[in-house]
Design a protein around this ligand. Structure first.
Ligand SMILES: [Zn+2]
Length: 562
């Protein structure tokens, strides 16, 4: 009997389907799972006895923003060390391609400081150029990508707040076709962010029809996740129905200010599914987010350079107008902005403020009392002194909603994070992004092992075969012979997420800066060992995944069959 390349022996196998574990050995040959058999029966040139730990498919993180950080950290440290073996990027309307020379400055501005890193060359123009850039230097995980509607719009209309002309709409469609042909898995929108928020429903339906021709996916950060969440979910469903595309509603937890709990938005999803429409949801399990304070400004101001924002907020009249726009929220803004609108200043804790180190760890409510100043003025003054560089933790999601979402069968688990590492640029200053380090282990630790929110097989299904199915990755996300050997070995007893923060926030923040989780013992990507205990092996076996043409769609494939 010829030994296999590698055998993982004596595993509790969780196959990804949602079935209970069973004892077995798993053999890897040429990057794929070659065989699954009773324990102690398979022979490998190398064998790892995992002694009863769990073996599951690698986690497929269907909502991430690693588009540029994966270029800065190709080993994908924070992702692979939490067991993620595939990231879907290009979410929330944001992708770094396609890119038009005339709007390069706005594109760079929209991605912030990482734009200036040497690895982020901005030399690509087409979507395919960008995928090739990803491929050129090796990757620690697999990367699949959506085409961002914001990027398409930026390339054609810049940050203009207007509908496209007929010719411009044609250009948007042809850039999207080009991205789909390069292997994008679909289109994403970010309808609270500039420039996505300037688009009408009809514009998105028109683009959705292009996606439909390629059997792609429509993923949306919907147009409001608070007061207007139900209208926004309904809009996403309508886009899917009229364009003929499956819909993925991104990170669909209601944010502070929403009139109902998550059952209301999930009911709309259930109704659409009952009516025969393919609508699914993803969500992460963190109640907070730490964006720049400038992301709470009305959309047309958010991407202005520091100097322009500062000049505007120094003028008392325009400061008053900006404040009014925030409170009126006529064009629904980013979720955390609800805390400004509803004056929840005690839920906003300053994380970084290079010009005001003494305010770090304090809430805007506390600063307002200390300085005897209106909290809006405290907020604006921090931006005036620090520009885009002032970040705060916004505590804006109710954990009860996270549990409701976790338990719904059509909701999968994502991080909404990005590849990070506790060294170099990606840790300077350390970002508050617990999801980027501990999403999947955190779910298994807190919502499976410690509290009975999800069963283990169901949690694993929501991290593996379900997102794989959503992306049409039929040879990943399952432990079956023939599937690619993206694998995680974990010890549920020892599992510990070291990137948590207990609320209410207290300074210094617990587990910050973040560390890698404990108990994710081995991770394989395409059959290659990438995480070996506490160590990253340095291997870069990840691939850029491209959407595969269904056999009935393209004449080239069809003619092979014929
Ligand atoms: Zn989003």
């Amino acid at each position: 009997m010829t030994p296999f390349d590698f055998v993982l022996a004596h595993a509790r196998i969780l196959d990804g389907c949602g079935n209970p574990w069973y004892w077995g050995d798993l053999a890897i040959q040429d990057g794929r799972i070659a065989q699954v058999a009773p324990p102690g029966t398979l022979l490998g040139r190398q064998t790892l006895d995992i002694a009863g730990r769990y073996l599951s498919p690698g986690f497929i993180d269907i909502h991430t923003h690693s588009d540029l950080s994966i270029l800065v950290n190709r080993p994908a440290e924070s992702a692979v060390r939490q067991g993620a073996t595939t990231h879907l990027i290009g979410n929330c309307g944001m992708s770094p391609a396609p890119l038009d020379e005339r709007h390069l400055a706005e594109m760079r501005q929209s991605w912030g400081r990482i734009s200036d890193q040497p690895e982020v060359t901005w030399e690509w123009r087409t979507f395919n150029d960008y995928l090739r850039t990803l491929e050129s230097g090796g990757l620690g995980i697999n990367i699949a990508s959506l085409a961002g509607h914001g990027a398409l719009r930026l390339a054609v209309l810049g940050l203009d707040e207007r509908p496209p002309s007929a010719a411009e709409l044609d250009r948007l469609k042809s850039l999207l076709s080009e991205a789909m042909e390069a292997g994008a898995f679909g289109l994403s929108t970010g309808l609270v962010y500039p420039p996505g928020c300037f688009a009408s429903t009809d514009e998105i339906i028109a683009l959705g029809r292009v996606v439909s021709r390629y059997h792609g996916l429509y993923a949306s950060h919907i147009r409001g996740e608070r007061e207007t969440i139900l209208e926004a979910v309904a809009e996403a469903i309508r886009i899917g129905r009229e364009a003929g595309v499956p819909v993925q509603i991104s990170h669909n937890a209601p944010k502070f200010g929403a009139p109902h709990d998550a059952r209301a938005n999930l009911r709309l999803v259930d109704e659409a599914r009952l009516a025969g429409q393919d609508v699914t949801v993803d969500n992460d399990v963190h109640t907070d987010l730490a964006p720049s304070l400038t992301s709470g400004l009305p959309q047309p101001l958010q991407d202005l350079p520091d100097s322009e924002i500062i000049a505007l907020l120094q003028d008392p009249l325009s400061r008053r107008q900006v404040r009014q726009e925030i409170v009126l929220d006529r064009r629904p803004a980013f979720g955390p902005s609800g805390l400004l609108k509803h004056t929840q200043w005690d839920r906003i804790t300053i994380l970084h403020a290079p010009e005001d180190p003494q305010v770090i760890g304090k809430t805007i409510a506390a600063l307002s009392r200390e300085q005897n100043q209106d909290p809006f003025d405290v907020y604006f003054d921090l931006i005036v002194r620090n520009g885009h560089a002032v970040d705060a933790i916004f505590d804006y999601i109710d954990e009860a909603n996270i549990r409701l979402l976790l338990q719904h069968p059509a909701v999968m688990i994502c991080s909404d994070g990005e590849v990070l590492a506790p060294y170099g640029f990606l840790n300077d200053p350390p970002p508050y992004s617990p999801c980027s380090y501990g999403e999947f282990p955190g779910v298994l630790e807190r919502y499976v092992r410690d509290q009975p929110v999800l069963t283990l097989p169901e949690a694993i299904r929501k991290m593996t075969s379900f997102p794989a199915q959503r992306l049409g990755l039929l040879d990943r996300g399952l432990l079956r012979p023939g599937a690619w050997a993206d694998l995680v070995v974990f010890d549920l007893e020892r599992l510990h997420d070291r990137a948590t923060n207990l609320y209410p926030h207290a300074y210094p923040f617990e587990n910050y800066p973040h560390r890698y989780p404990q108990g994710i013992d081995y991770v394989f990507v395409n059959g290659v060992l990438v995480v070996d205990g506490e160590n990253h092996t340095g291997a870069l076996p990840g691939w850029v995944l491209r959407r595969e043409e269904p056999p009935d769609d393209k004449s080239s494939v069809y003619s092979h069959a014929g």
